[in-house]
Design a protein around this ligand. Structure first.
Ligand SMILES: [Fe+2]
Length: 292
């Protein structure tokens, strides 16, 4: 178990993503390998393994080497039906799927396109990493697109960096896939939400990243509403430019795991009449600050 294991890192795009070749994730890997993977994450943001075969238990065991496993968030009662899946029995696991079981959703968030987002960005302590395992896939579509928000931050005009310095933004979750929550006349106290710095310093790499996403970030604090809308629209389009995006096309047995603090991710359309199932688990993060 403690013998070194060698593996190859093959970068997949200038925006990020790297395939890790030569590891069987169902095995207990040496601690040194785990540390090497953590370093690879800092460089590539999204890691991809092909042809893996592992059970839910093995997936959790592998992910758990990187920190404390995250719990699936429980939505407020009135939003429950948008997220509750009847086959989601393990609190550490989310089934991202459109599969139905006895007329009810088996999992969560499974249908069609999903706008780019940060997993649990609406929570005080967002997840640090997310792991997805490809269990069932449609014949086409349903790719996962990742935007590198380090690169997006670095490429901002200095004037915009200055404007965003010290600002926080509201992240709010209403379990939508591709719609903005209208907060103009809304009591948000019943919806999960949190204010995070617009620009964070990543707690491990020390680099600055943009921390806003098209799906759930709705308001920059302390800026007039119209100006806030204008800035956020600019940032979403800026972040999602092709030069910052890596797109993963799924194959059965893929494991894709990413750093959730320096990327946003979303899903492309796939046919509604085809089934897709990804098994997700996460790692708890830490509170995020603009300056380390
Ligand atoms: Fe997600």
């Amino acid at each position: 178990m403690d013998m070194p294991v060698s593996f190859e890192i093959r970068p997949l795009s200038p925006a990020g993503g790297a395939e890790i070749i030569g590891l069987d994730l169902s095995q207990t890997l040496p601690q040194q390998t785990i540390e090497e993977l953590r370093r690879a994450w800092n460089d590539h943001i999204v890691l991809v393994w092909r042809d893996q075969e592992f059970t839910e238990e093995e997936q959790l065991a592998f992910a758990g080497r990187f920190g404390k496993l995250g719990q699936r968030k429980v939505p407020p009662e009135e939003l429950k039906e948008r997220s509750d899946g009847v086959l989601q029995n393990n609190p550490n696991v989310m089934l991202v799927t459109n599969i139905m079981k006895d007329g009810k959703p088996a999992g969560s968030f499974g249908d069609g396109e999903m706008w780019l987002h940060i997993d649990s960005g609406y929570a005080e302590i967002p997840y640090s990493y997310t792991f997805l395992y490809g269990v069932k896939l449609p014949s086409w579509g349903g790719n996962t697109r990742f935007a590198n928000t380090y690169k997006a931050y670095d490429a901002l005009p200095q004037e915009m960096k200055d404007k965003l310095a010290g600002k926080k933004a509201l992240h709010i979750h209403e379990y939508e896939r591709r719609a903005r929550v209208d907060i103009s006349n809304k009591d948000i106290s019943q919806s999960p939400h949190w204010f995070h710095p617009v620009c964070i310093t990543h707690p491990e790499s020390g680099r600055k990243a943009l921390f806003v996403d098209r799906l759930m970030t709705r308001r920059i604090e302390g800026v007039p509403y119209d100006e806030s809308e204008e800035i956020l629209d600019f940032l979403y389009d800026h972040i999602e430019q092709e030069e910052f995006v890596f797109e993963h096309e799924w194959k059965l047995g893929d494991v894709v795991a990413w750093d959730n603090r320096c990327s946003t991710h979303g899903r492309t359309y796939f046919p509604e009449n085809e089934e897709r199932l990804l098994r997700r688990c996460t790692i708890d993060g830490s509170k995020l600050y603009e300056n380390a």
